[in-house]
Design a protein around this ligand. Sequence first.
Ligand SMILES: C[S@@+](CC[C@H](N)C(=O)[O-])C[C@H]1O[C@@H](n2cnc3c(N)ncnc32)[C@H](O)[C@@H]1O
Length: 229
Amino acid sequence: MWEPESLKYNLNTAMSPDPLVPGRFRVPEDLILQPPEGGWTVPPDWSAVFGRKGPLAVEIGPGKGIFLARIAAAHPELDFLAIELRRQRCILCCRKILAARLGNARLIEGPAESLVRPLFAPGSVRIWYVNFPDPWPKRKQKKHRIVQPPFVRDLAQTTEPGGIAYLATDDADYAGQILEVFEADGSWENAHGPGRWSDTGGEHSRTTHEEKFLKWGRSIRYFQFVRRA
Ligand SMILES: C[S@@+](CC[C@H](N)C(=O)[O-])C[C@H]1O[C@@H](n2cnc3c(N)ncnc32)[C@H](O)[C@@H]1O
C-alpha cells in the first residue's frame, strides 16, 4: 500500500511546515476549524476554506488519522473534512496531515451526529467514510451507536445524487444495524446487493482499528451505499 514518505517521521513535532504557504510553519491546531460565535448554523463556504471548489469527502471518527492522511494523499482532487469527537485525536490527525504536506484536509471537533446538517448544504458531499464506529456492544449501549435513522437521513440529505457512504465494522451486530438502517431509509442503494456487504475493503482500507482486527483474524464487513438520484 502506498504510504506518504513523510508519514514515517515528524509525527511528534509541535510545529510543521505549512503545506500551503512555503516558508511558514504552523501548529497542528491550525487545521482544526473553529466554529463561529454561537456555533455552526449555516454551512461554511468550503471553497474559501480550501481555496478552491473541489468535491467534498467527509470522514467521521478518523481516530489517529492514518486513513485520513492516506486517502487525502491518494485523492488530491477531493477536499477532505474529518469530524472527530476528541480533541487529542483531532491533533493527532492534524500532525499527520502536516507531516504528509497535505493541503486538502481539515478537522472539525465535535459530535458528528449534530454537525452533519449545519455543516453541509443539501447535496454537497460526494463521499462519506465511517470506519469502525464505536461499537457500543452491550444491549443497553446500542442507543449510543452513531448509525441511527436520523443520522442516516442527514447523510442522505447532504449527499449529492450518486454520492457514496462507505462504512466498515468488525462487530456483527452493528453490521446488522448498518444494513437495517441504510436499507430502511429509502435514499440509499446497497452497492453489494440487498442484505450484503464485502469482505474486502480495497482502497477504503487500512485504518488503525482495521490493522489490529486483521492481525487478530477477525472478520470485517465493508459497506457501500449509493445515494439514489
Ligand atoms: C473505534 S474508533 C475508530 C477510529 C478509526 N476510524 C479507525 O478505524 O481506526 C472511533 C472513533 O470515532 C470517534 N467518535 C466517536 N463518537 C463520535 C462522534 N459522535 N462524532 C465524531 N467522532 C466520534 C472516537 O473518538 C474515535 O476516534
